[in-house]
Design a protein around this ligand. Sequence first.
Ligand SMILES: [Zn+2]
Length: 331
Amino acid sequence: MISIEKMKRIFNSVNDRGYEATARIENLTHNTVSDYIRRYKQYMNETVLSDNPTITLFDIETDFMKNATWGLWKQNIHIGQILESWSMICWAAEDLLTGEKNSGAVTPEESLLRNDEAITFKLWNLMDKSDVIIAHNLLKFDRKKMNTCFLKYGLGQPSPYQMIDTLQIARSNFSFPSNKLDYLAQELGHPMKHDTGFKLWRECDGVDAIEETEIMTMGDKIIKTTTYNKNIIETAIEKMDLYCQNDVSVLKNVYLDIRGWDKRHPNLAGYGESNDGKCCICRSTNLVPATTDYRTPVSVYKTYTCQNCGTHNHSRFAEKRSKQLLRGCAR
Ligand SMILES: [Zn+2]
């Protein structure tokens, strides 16, 4: 077993003196020195990677519900009028730190049956290994939708993760005329979402891909056969999948622009062994002392501004904490 210390010593020696001198000093062959370097780089890569949290940006697209109604306005739909519930058409995700992309979409056959079991399993696995998840309207839409699917297929809860909702960040900190992701992207000068219309959902569902419907009576049975144009459904799902993947890119751009303002952002500096001196939002070590301190009613903390995301971090321990300081009475 080669010790980490020895690998590090040889790595540093090669950097300082070169291969030949290191091989001579350490009494090793050139190949052995190369082997030490390779192993040390591998060790460093694994250490650095395991130090980082898995931060997953994602988006989900769902199919519409089918309800029976007798009119268009002010409909109060009873549960008996629900003919078909919603289902998931596709999801897309990107690892914020590695850029690794992932997605899942139903097949045309699954879409017609509204069977999202296979893509739900895949999404569950991704969520299970995520430390932090990010989506636009995560708390009210994406998380509830995926949880419903997880429950439906008996998957249970994924391992704990922390949540970042870009809609909440926008609502809490800014006053844009609209907090829709597309509008935020436009205002911040980023590429916008792909154009889609309701027709795309109709095609994914198959209602716009019907070629023929036949009715046959066999004894006391009536058989209704519908023939669909597979190409229409397949093309629509592919388009929806690309739309969803593009949404994740838009989400990433918007998140990176507004994350520094988020006062409820999970503290990402807490992940890994070497967490000292890292920004609590983006984990950058590029911090400079801020002009003013951070003050609570009884304590004063040193403040550091992150040059990468712009957020202000404060030291964990107070600079001053006066025992004689008086405070106003709460009651
Ligand atoms: Zn930062």
